[in-house]
Write a protein that binds this ligand. Sequence first.
Ligand code: AMP
Length: 406
Amino acid sequence: MARNDIAPTNIFNKLSIEDLNIKDKRVFIRADFNVPLDDNQNITDDRRIRSTLPTINYAIDEGARVILASHLGRPKGKVDPKYSLRPVAKRLSRLLNKEVLFLEDCIGAEVERAVKNMAKGDVILLENLRFHPEEEKNDENFSRALASLADYYVNDAFGAAHRAHASIVGIPRFIPGAAGFLMRKEIQYLKGAVESPVRPFVAILGGAKVSGKIGVLENLAQKVDKVIVGGGMAFTFIKAMGYEAGDSLVEEEMLDLAIRIMNRLRESKVKFYLPVDCVIAQSVEKGAETKIVPVQEIPKGWKALDIGPASTRLFAEVIQDAKTIIWNGPMGVFEIDAFSRGTFAIARAVADAYALTIVGGGDTDLAVHRAGVSDSISFISTGGGAALQLLEGKELPGIAVLKDKT
Ligand code: AMP
């Protein structure tokens, strides 16, 4: 059962939207509306839009004039209708149950006119910020032009907080900036859990490669009581221990580092768990023949693509008595049914634990939803790269730039 009674709350020392007097004022809210779209421009998952609703609704209720902006995809500084935010305006209008005026640019005379004509409680959505190359270059004039639209800046785009772009770090240099509710919640959970966890504190790491998670592993190794490593990255450790891993994903250049990490974990008395068995196949394909073998017995020509049933039981036992759990990265190639059982079983074990449970990273989020247990997780982060950077112990530029609470 997910716990929230032990969620850390006093870790966030920046101004929040509640600290601003936004009544009658123009508020520029940087949101993360980078939602997946299908070929017909239909939004296939609107969770990112929904998670910013508390901030938008608060601003409307306070009587602000709300200017929303976001990026969508990677249009590379050019106007590309494929990446238009128009579908987001439509969905947002439905979710807010009020008109959302969509503007076809994010700066310029037309935008300035529309913003000037806003009444209290009106909501405008600007077109994709990344249609201008100046956004990703953090261009000063572009930031100034965006800032000139509003009296206050609110950043609720946690998923983009690790980017030093104009709409993230540029605007708050010109007008007072604060965090939105989603941003605050993300930091409180991700940073709070790492800095003041209720113990035992367990980190579960998975996904494709050690190299992608090395920073997280090194930082968390100093804070947690137990580390579980599954997914493709486990096999670099297994190889480093002297076993053959067949054709599994092994990063040869990481073998020495893997040994150093294991030694360090042992010295600091952090318990370290690797899979003991795995599901193997000769190819990563639907319908491929599969076998379950101990990790010591992966034949040449076969790859480990999921943790096996004995590993699932072992990991579930470790998870069971944790009080704080952070999970990032699937246990196997969960996109294919034959290799999804381990990830889904771990999702259920995490959901069943009477603990503060935090899931971060795009893939793990998807796995938890597919396993049908997302309602039983204390907090699911909306940011992939940003969540990883926080878990690495790094400061996010989008947070650093906001005003401290005095
Ligand atoms: P990451 O982005 O590093 O969290 O990696 C997520 C990806 O890792 C998913 O798409 C999985 O399919 C993949 N993955 C997980 N386990 C394995 C494995 N044993 N071998 C290859 N890929 C894996």
